[in-house]
Design a protein around this ligand. Structure first.
Ligand code: HEC
Ligand code: HEC
Length: 203
């Protein structure tokens, strides 16, 4: 219980930090031409390891681009993409992608639907044994996220969600702070599979 409260208290502090200037979505659209090969023409990617960007919460994409650039978020592919971007470019790309319609037509296979059913309890109720707060307290009951620090986790590829949670668990993906590492650390690989399927099917 106490741990739960501490995790949520950390989130509130985050919420008020990191103010960015708003970007220009039209300019962002032009700048996104180079991103489309991997993230799709409309921010919905064909390959499941490339995240969908459409409908992501405003502010999150710019923050992640800056994290790739500084190396704080470590990914060889994205590092190559952000080399030349200014903070204005990042804000423009952010404004563009967050204005697009998310992909709400995700269809789960029968096997994925079974996993999703098992993932619901932790998403909605947390995992008290490990002091883990309900995922929906930060990512929203429908997974739409909360601007600007809590990303949308619905309308996203199951494979990407699973890989992200595993990377947090192993300490390979650093975020704004330790929140997602301390959460994912307490989850088993099976629970991560279940949560990823649940979030992918949420909308
Ligand atoms: C060659 C393929 C490729 C290109 C081109 C590319 N990306 Fe990515 N992008 C990826 C992959 C793969 C990831 C997942 C990285 C990871 O797992 O940490 C990613 C992750 C991201 C994320 C993090 C999303 C999240 O939900 O945390 C953002 C934001 C992003 N890309 C924006 C862009 C933008 C903007 C451009 C164009 C300037 C771009 N990408 C170009 C492959 C690409
Ligand atoms: C206290 C708030 C909080 C709680 C509770 C929380 N998260 Fe998060 N989550 C965050 C923040 C903040 C980020 C972005 C951190 C970063 O920069 O990587 C994030 C990122 C993520 C991402 C990466 C999304 C992307 O686009 O790359 C996934 C997946 C995720 N969380 C899943 C979960 C799941 C599953 C749970 C419940 C077991 C959960 N989160 C609980 C705050 C929270």
């Amino acid at each position: 219980m106490l741990k739960n409260l501490l995790i949520v208290a950390g989130a509130v502090v985050l919420f008020s930090s990191n103010l960015n200037a708003a970007g220009d979505a039209e300019a962002g659209k032009t700048k996104s031409a180079v991103c489309a090969a991997c993230h799709g023409n409309d921010g919905i990617s064909a390959l499941p390891m490339n995240p969908n960007l459409a409908g992501q919460v405003p502010g999150y994409i710019a923050a992640q681009l800056a994290a790739f650039q500084s190396g704080e978020r470590n990914n060889a592919i994205m590092q190559g993409q952000v080399n030349g971007l200014s903070s204005e470019d990042m804000a423009d790309l952010d404004a563009y992608y967050s204005s697009l319609k998310p992909n709400i037509e995700v269809k789960l296979t029968e096997e994925e639907a079974k996993l999703a059913e098992a993932g619901e309890a932790i998403y909605r109720g947390g995992y008290a044994e490990r002091g883990i707060a309900a995922c929906m307290s930060c990512h929203g009951p429908s997974g739409h996220g909360i601007p600007k620090n809590y990303p949308r986790v619905s309308a996203q590829h199951r494979e990407y969600l699973e890989q992200s949670l595993l990377a947090y668990k192993k300490g390979e993906r650093n975020g704004y702070n330790e929140i997602m590492h301390s959460i994912a650390f307490g989850l088993s690989e099976q629970q991560i599979k279940e949560l990823a399927a649940y979030m992918a099917g949420l909308n």
